[in-house]
Design a protein around this ligand. Structure first.
Ligand code: KG4
Ligand code: ZN
Length: 339
């Protein structure tokens, strides 16, 4: 069965084709980052309009690369939520329009389920059950994953997401959107001994996070600094921010592994691309004797492959999940453990 996946929940238009038997056939992505950069963040209306411009050319591209005609598509999976309402509506309407035109069923996918299952797209996928750390621009969650569709939330952020903390702290240091990769590069040059920032909820004895205070701590250091910040000052602050965030995330993951007794930790979401976080998790895993799995770098941030793949896994379990009801019921707010 060939499944087309469509991702349009935020500022990336992603399309992909997955064969339920052989895996990923082709995928294509258009990132709107450059367009949103001058505003310092995603402008929802601009995002929606750009998804409209990109979706069909990307569809033609993935079909061409897979050497397939559109009639070869058996089902269409699209991101139904959570995300920006207008942006989600574009993906949903393309899915509905194509479904209706080709007389194929469609299936709404939870964006976070896409991220959660994206590490299974690699050549060495983890076996179920595993603990998943989902660290993206909008979410930070630790989940127990027993199989496709069975997700138990162990803990999550009480305020800002990890990616949001990266982006906001980067902005305070004068870096452009999205700040995650930029602050990470800057931190490489920083001296870890100059600043120490708080590790929020490190000892809270649960699996929850809080990052808004960490961002405020960055703001306080920047404000209290006497004179202009030099490049080295900014690098030192970046380093202190990342060290604090990584310490907390690694500690919570280790606690979840200990609590559940599971031996596989699977990372997903844009912040999963972060070098310092990967180094921290790898060191902890070697020490505590568990394995860590990461998605390929290109599948950490938003993409269509993870949506097509989640759709394929779901349809493989139960083809009846797809429907020929072409109503646009997107869900901008949608809890994953409510699936
Ligand atoms: O998963 P994602 O593409 O979108 C959401 O669903 O939110 O994650 C985007 C987030 C942004 O906050 C971005 O700054 C962050 O992931 N990010 C990174 C890195 N690459 C992307 N954060 C830290 N280090 C990175 N290398
Ligand atoms: Zn995402």
């Amino acid at each position: 069965m060939i499944v087309l996946g469509i991702e349009s929940s935020c500022d990336e238009t992603g399309l992909a084709l997955v064969d339920t038997e052989t895996g990923l056939l082709s995928h294509a992505l258009y990132s709107q980052i450059a367009m949103h950069q001058e505003y310092g963040g995603v402008v929802p209306e601009l995002a929606s309009r750009d998804h409209i411009r990109r979706a069909l050319p990307l569809l033609e591209q993935v079909l061409r690369e897979a050497h397939l005609d559109k009639n070869a598509i058996d089902a269409i999976a699209y991101t139904q939520g959570p995300g920006l309402a207008g942006a989600l509506l574009v993906g949903a309407s393309v899915a509905c329009g194509l479904g209706l035109a080709l007389d194929r069923p469609i299936l709404g996918i939870h964006h976070l389920e896409g991220h959660l299952l994206s590490p299974l797209l690699t050549s060495n996928p983890p076996q179920f059950p595993f603990i998943s750390l989902l660290v993206s621009g909008g979410h930070t969650q630790i989940m127990r994953v027993d199989r496709v569709g069975q997700y138990t939330l162990l803990g999550e952020t009480l305020d800002d997401a990890a990616g949001e903390a990266f982006d906001k702290s980067a902005k305070l240091l004068g870096l452009s959107y999205p700040g995650g990769p930029a602050i990470s590069r800057l931190a490489e040059l920083g001296n870890p001994a100059v600043y120490t920032l708080p590790r929020p909820m490190l000892h809270s004895k649960d699996f929850n996070f809080s990052f808004s205070g960490l961002k405020t701590a960055v703001l306080t250091v920047v404000k209290n600094h006497v004179g202009e910040l030099t490049e080295q000052d900014r690098a030192n602050i970046a380093r202190a921010f990342i060290d604090a965030l990584v310490d907390v995330v690694v500690a919570k993951c280790c606690a979840a592994m200990r609590h559940t007794g599971l031996k596989r930790l699977v990372i997903a979401g844009g912040v999963g691309a972060n070098t310092q976080l990967r180094a921290g998790l790898n060191t902890a895993a070697a020490k505590k004797r568990f394995s860590v799995y990461y998605p390929d770098l290109e599948f950490c941030t938003d993409n269509g492959a993870m949506i097509a793949f989640a759709g394929a896994l779901r349809l493989k379990e139960d083809p009846g999940q797809a429907r020929k009801d072409y109503s646009f019921n997107v869900r901008p707010k949608w809890a994953l453990n409510g699936l």
